[in-house]
Each structure stands twice: as structure tokens, then as C-alpha cells.
Design a protein around this ligand. Structure first.
Ligand code: GDP
Ligand code: MG
Length: 678
């Protein structure tokens, strides 16, 4: 085989491995990038690529592939990874393995090895291995597998340079690792016969002889279709395949899987020395016994969420907000006002800055510390590994409403921002599940709606803020469930694909990854505050300060009032038929925070307090919770739905549901209060 002498060429490297083995962490270490390190399946569906930083003067490009357990193309992750490995023909494969989970991880290795590309094993989490007191005999393992192994710890950044060195060395040698036979005598004989048959047909890529033979033996449809065999050729190959008869319950794929596992067991038994007995229950296992317990799991989950809400919206969060409000309104706003007065700025300029920008954008920014607090807490739950348990618990519940557990990931992401959540529905195998998930994801209250909730609880529910917001969130979830039931039993009927997920051990969240999560949100928020919100606040200020003949007038006679009064009657039944409320809802389509900033502009000072009653405030929040997401989310929905009709269905359905729920809340609430007074 040829060797690559050209040291200036870009070396294309892929990272392949099981979910949660640390691929993204390694990718970030190698490239210095800041990809999302997540704990659940579906976080890395698309492949991401980057240049290696400390590449010893070489040009190395590395691709982070979605985590997979096997190369059988069933899930979207498996398809992406397999296609990349087969079609892009990477120069070197880095097979990243979780050293604390050697047996399971090696299953993929045995498949990658058959691709006959230069391959190196990055034995990750060696820090954990050492901490557990376990040992792996690396030279022995290298010899058995015929693959070089570099022990590393991606999160502690050790061994990475060695790994890069090895990659360059493998590339320079240009050696395909010869495939080790791992099968029993009988299966190996048949595979060799298939290889010979292929050779006769001369219809395959030579370096992947073993891979192709195995796939043909397994009956892998993709491979069979790929080769366009004539009937005669098919017969020729099948002659060998059929040498092993299979019963109804055992197929050839299982035979191969079984042989792989037997082989893996035989070598790991010798390679791994464990300090602890096999039935040892780790701390993680012990916690899981309680947390994923059949009866406690759900109450515990709700309790955890309630606690998160209590901290965010209760005293700690409120203190943070008061501080921020003081800084923005009194210090910054007050300062600007005296400045403008001292330079004799015109009345309209003062009004623009104070009533427009500070009132609008400032009101939203003052909620920022609270939103960051929420995200810190959620990231803590995620990074520690608890969110994976939540997904596990939710899987069962989602099954009842006809969705797979995979839908939980996009739904959970929906609490942050609907845009990435909708994009994450790509992990769902079938179109119907995907559409249903997209339809209900916006009912998970996105963080941009929070300023609206916060604005209202500060005026109307100062004593029971956490409960009101918790209630709104729960309402969103209930509507999501009802929607799922409605659609699943009518136009989106379909069967569910199985969902396999593992529970990663609990880990101490790292401050760095915590900060990355929070910063991600913060950045987003600040960008929106500086663009959409600023623009909307200025526009709203302008429209409410002038009439159609461009004279400065009182808000009631402004252009905005004319527009608002046109829509307002629709909302009378919901209890907020005032034109200002309607206008704010319209601006909310640009960005949800703008509902809050618009209201702050339109109701100067504390006048919001007299514009709503607690009941109409609540029905308003219900509407805000449920109605159509912002334009950015709508465009993501349109993209993923892949159909204008379905996008329209989503929009109309959500507005209608919001209006109906809000009207019901207000009307029933009024009824109850009337009865109460009688
Ligand atoms: P991926 O699913 O393969 O992309 O895995 P991630 O990169 O998202 O990592 C999964 C988890 O393992 C994260 O919580 C990482 O912080 C953690 N992790 C990754 N590498 C190491 C390591 O070398 N040692 C330890 N202790 N933890 C690690
Ligand atoms: Mg990843």
C-alpha cells in the first residue's frame, strides 16, 4: 500500500464513538471551539468540523460525528455517521472509547476496524478509570485488536498531543490496519467465500472487503442495493450466505453481533482488571435507585423543577431583579435624563430615550439576571446528568401520548429557545413524529417569554410568583399533551420507533461548560435586545407618540391606538380588550420579549397595575404562553416541517388554542368570582 509523503495536504480525521464517550469534549480540546457538550442523544446530529490547533505544524481537519453504538443504519445518527465514514473516506479515524465502559464501546470498534481505514483508539476518561482503581492492559489490547491505542482524558486535556502525533504518523505511513479476524471458524470461512465471490465479480472497493462481506452476510439492505448485482451474481453470493440456516428468531445480524461480543469478552477479560466486584453498586447506581424509582421518579422530577422555579422567581431571583432594575431605571435612566436636560435636548429626544429605549429595552434587560439564574440551574441539572434521568422518566410518559422518548430532547430544549428545539427534531425517525413534536414544542415556554411573566408577577402576583409561573409552564405542557393526543389519534397516526438511551454516571458539572451554556443564552439575549427589541421599542414609541399627520399627540390618539383598536375587540372575551395589550401581542411576533418592552413603553411608570386585574393578567399570560412563536422560530418550523401547509396549520392552531384557553380562563374565572360574591 502506498504511503503519503505529502506533508502539506490536509489530513481529514473523523471522531467516531458511542454517545457520551466524550467526542465533543475532545473535539473542543482539539479545535479550541465551543460546541455544545450535552448529555443526551440528539445533541450532535449534524457533523461539525474544525481545524486542529496544536497540530505539530500539520494541517488537520477534524469532524465530530454523532454518537452511535453501531454502524447499522437505523437512527438518523447512525445514518449520518455511516455515510460520512463510507463516502467521505476519512484519512484517519479516531475511535474514541470510554475506558470505564470498554466492553460496550469496543462493539463499535470491531465494526470500524472492518472499514480498513487507518484507525487509532483514543482511550478516553482515563482519569476516571484511575480514580475507580481499575487498570487496562493497553499493550495487550493493542496487540489483540491490531489498532494503536492512546490513553487520554479529554476533559483534563491529557494525552491529546500524543493522539495528534499518532494521527499524523498513521497518515504518513498510509497503512490500512489489516483486519483482524474476530469470527468463529465457521463464520469466517463463509465470509471469506463471500469475499472471493466478490473478487470474481470485481464489483467492490477492495480495501473494504471484509466490511462488505459482513454486510452482505447480515443482509444489510443499503449494501445490497449499493452494488446493483445481477440476479446471477446475487445467487452466487447467496449460495454462501445461505450456508448458515437461520431460524425465525435468530437472524444473521444477530449471529454477527453475537460473535463480536464473544470476541470482545474474550479479550476484555484479560485486558481489564477491576478493583471492585462485578455487582458493586456505584454512588451513581445508588442515586438512580431512588431517582428513577417507579413511584418516586415523577414526584421527584416535579419537586426539582418546583425548586428551580422557587429560586428563580422567589426571593433570590427577585432580589437580583430589584438590583438590576435599580441600576437601569434609576442609575442609568436617571443619569441619562439629567444629562439630556442639562444639554437642553428637545422634548421628543428626551421622550425617545427615556420612554422609548430605557423603558422598552431596559425593562427587558432588567430581567436578565433572573433568566441567567434559571439557566445556570438548568445547566447544573443537565451537566450533572440528572436531565438524562428526566428524559428516561419522560420516555414512559411520552409513550402514553404516542410520542417516543426522543421527542423529550427537543421539548426540553424548547424551554430555552424554540429555534434549536425545532431543529433538534431531526433526531426523530419518522415524519409524523417529527411534525407532531414540532407542533407541540412551542408550548414549552421559551425563555424569551419570561420577561413578560416577570413583568406581570411583579405587579399582580408579588406573593405567589413562583406558583403562577409554574402553573403557566404546566399549562403549556398540558396543552402539549392534549395536542399530541388530538393529532396522534387523527391526522398523525403512526407507529413509534424504539428509543434507546443510556444513563451516564452523575458527574460534577464543570464550571467551564456551565459558563458556556449560560453565555450562549446571554449572548443571544443581548443580541436580540440590541437589535429587535431596540428597533421595536423605537418603532412603538414613534407610533404611539405621533398621529398619522405626524403631530406629537397623546397615546390615545396615536397611530398605534388606531391600529390596536382594530384588533382589540377580539380579545375582549379574554379580558384584555385594551388596544395596548393587542399591540404588544403583535410586536411579540418579532420577539417574545417585545411584549414586555412594548407594554413598558405603552404603560409608563406603574400604570400597568391599573390596566389589568389579576384575573385578566393571568389570562393574558396564558395567551402569551400559548400563541405563535416568534418569526425566528416560525422560519425554523417552516424549514423542518418542509411544507407550507403544515406551517400554516401550526400558526393557526397555536393562535386559536391560545385565544380559546385565555378566553376560557377569563370567563370561567369571572364566573367563579361572581359565584363567590353571591
Ligand atoms: P459525546 O456525547 O461523545 O460528544 O460526549 P461529550 O463530549 O458530550 O461528553 C460527555 C460527558 O463526559 C461530559 O459531561 C464530559 O464533561 C464528560 N467527559 C468527557 N471526557 C471526559 C474525561 O476524559 N474524563 C471525565 N471524567 N469526563 C469526561
Ligand atoms: Mg457530542
Amino acid at each position: 500500500m502506498e504511503s503519503n509523503q505529502d506533508k502539506n495536504k490536509t489530513i481529514n480525521v473523523v471522531l467516531a464513538g458511542n454517545p457520551n464517550c466524550g467526542k465533543t469534549t475532545l473535539f473542543n480540546q482539539l479545535t479550541g471551539s465551543k460546541q455544545y457538550v450535552g448529555n443526551w442523544p440528539g445533541v450532535t446530529v449534524e457533523k461539525k468540523s474544525g481545524k486542529v490547533k496544536n497540530s505539530l505544524g500539520r494541517d488537520i481537519e477534524v469532524v465530530d460525528l454523532p454518537g452511535i453504538y453501531s454502524l447499522s443504519p437505523y437512527t438518523p445518527e447512525e445514518i449520518v455517521t455511516r455515510n460520512c465514514l463510507l463516502n467521505d473516506d476519512p484519512d484517519v479515524i479516531i475511535d474514541i472509547i470510554d475506558a470505564t465502559n470498554l466492553e460496550r464501546n469496543l462493539y463499535l470498534t470491531t465494526q470500524l476496524a472492518e472499514l480498513a481505514r487507518p484507525i487509532v483508539i483514543a482511550l478516553n476518561m482515563c482519569d476516571l478509570l484511575e480514580k475507580n482503581g481499575d487498570k487496562i492492559d493497553i499493550p495487550f489490547l493493542e496487540k489483540q485488536l491490531g489498532i494503536p491505542i492512546v490513553p487520554i482524558s479529554a476533559s483534563k486535556n491529557t494525552g491529546i498531543d500524543k493522539l495528534v502525533e499518532k494521527v499524523a504518523e498513521l497518515y504518513d505511513n498510509g497503512k490500512y490496519v489489516p483486519v483482524k479476524n474476530i469470527y468463529s471458524y465457521e463464520v469466517d470461512r463463509i465470509l471469506r467465500e463471500i469475499e472471493d465471490a466478490l473478487e470474481d465479480i470485481k464489483q467492490h472497493s477492495y480495501h473494504r472487503k471484509r466490511w462488505t462481506a459482513v454486510k452482505l452476510f447480515e443482509g444489510d439492505k443499503v449494501t445490497w442495493n449499493h452494488y446493483n448485482f445481477t440476479d446471477k451474481q446475487k445467487e452466487h453470493i447467496n449460495l454462501h450466505v445461505d450456508e448458515i440456516h437461520t431460524s425465525k428468531n435468530v437472524d444473521r445480524e444477530m449471529i454477527i453481533a453475537d460473535e463480536r461480543y464473544k470476541y470482545i469478552c474474550s479479550i476484555t477479560q484479560k485486558a481489564v482488571t477491576r478493583k471492585r466486584p462485578a455487582d458493586y453498586l456505584s454512588v451513581s447506581d445508588k442515586i438512580d435507585k431512588v431517582v428513577t424509582n417507579r413511584f418516586f421518579a415523577l414526584p421527584f422530577f416535579l419537586l426539582v423543577m418546583l425548586m428551580v422555579f422557587a429560586v428563580t422567581f422567589g426571593t433570590p431571583g427577585t432580589l437580583l431583579r430589584d438590583g438590576a432594575t435599580y441600576l437601569i431605571t434609576d442609575v442609568l435612566g436617571g443619569g441619562l435624563e439629567s444629562l439630556l436636560v442639562s444639554v437642553n435636548a428637545s422634548a421628543w429626544a428626551q421622550s425617545l430615550v427615556i420612554d422609548g429605549i430605557i423603558a422598552g429595552v431596559g425593562s427587558v434587560i432588567s430581567f436578565l439576571p433572573q433568566i441567567m439564574l434559571l439557566f445556570t440551574l438548568l445547566s447544573l441539572l443537565e451537566d450533572s446528568g440528572y436531565m438524562s434521568r428526566a428524559a428516561f422518566i419522560m420516555d414512559k410518559l411520552l409513550r402514553y401520548i404516542g410520542l417516543s422518548g426522543r421527542a423529550f430532547v427537543p421539548m426540553l430544549m424548547g424551554f430555552g429557545c424554540t429555534v434549536p428545539a425545532v431543529l433538534a427534531t431531526r433526531t426523530l425517525e419518522n415524519q409524523k413524529d417529527k411534525r407532531l413534536t414540532i407542533l407541540i414544542t412551542p408550548f414549552m415556554s421559551c425563555s424569551a417569554k419570561m420577561p413578560v411573566y416577570l413583568l406581570f408577577i411583579s405587579y399582580f402576583f408579588p406573593d405567589c410568583g413562583p406558583l403562577v409561573i409554574f402553573g403557566i409552564y404546566i399549562l403549556g405542557m398540558v396543552v402539549a399533551v392534549l395536542t399530541a393526543l388530538l393529532f396522534k389519534n387523527t391526522i398523525l397516526k403512526g407507529k413509534n420507533a424504539p428509543f434507546v438511551m443510556e444513563l451516564p454516571p452523575y458527574r460534577m458539572p464543570s464550571p467551564k461548560s456551565l459558563w458556556l451554556h449560560v453565555w450562549d443564552r446571554l449572548k443571544d439575549f443581548l443580541v436580540r435586545a440590541g437589535t429587535v427589541l431596540l428597533g421595536a421599542s423605537i418603532l412603538i414609541w414613534f407610533l404611539q407618540s405621533f398621529n398619522f399627520s405626524m403631530q406629537m399627540v397623546s397615546p390615545d390618539e396615536s397611530m398605534l391606538a388606531s391600529i390596536g383598536k382594530f384588533i382589540a375587540p377580539v380579545f375582549s372575551i379574554c379580558g384584555f380588550g385594551d388596544w395596548r395589550a393587542s399591540v404588544s401581542l403583535v410586536t411579540g411576533i418579532a420577539a417574545k420579549e417585545s411584549v414586555a418592552s412594548t407594554l413598558a413603553v405603552l404603560y409608563p411608570g406603574a400604570s400597568l397595575a391599573s390596566a389589568f386585574t389579576p384575573l385578566s393578567a393571568f389570562s393574558f399570560l396564558v395567551f402569551v404562553m400559548l400563541y405563535t412563536p416568534c418569526v425566528a422560530a416560525l422560519s425554523a418550523i417552516h424549514k423542518e416541517m418542509g411544507s407550507a401547509k403544515w406551517t400554516a396549520v401550526t400558526v393557526v392552531y397555536q393562535i386559536f388554542v391560545a385565544w380559546l384557553a385565555s378566553a376560557l380562563v377569563f370567563q370561567i374565572g369571572t364566573l367563579i368570582m361572581n359565584i363567590g360574591m353571591m
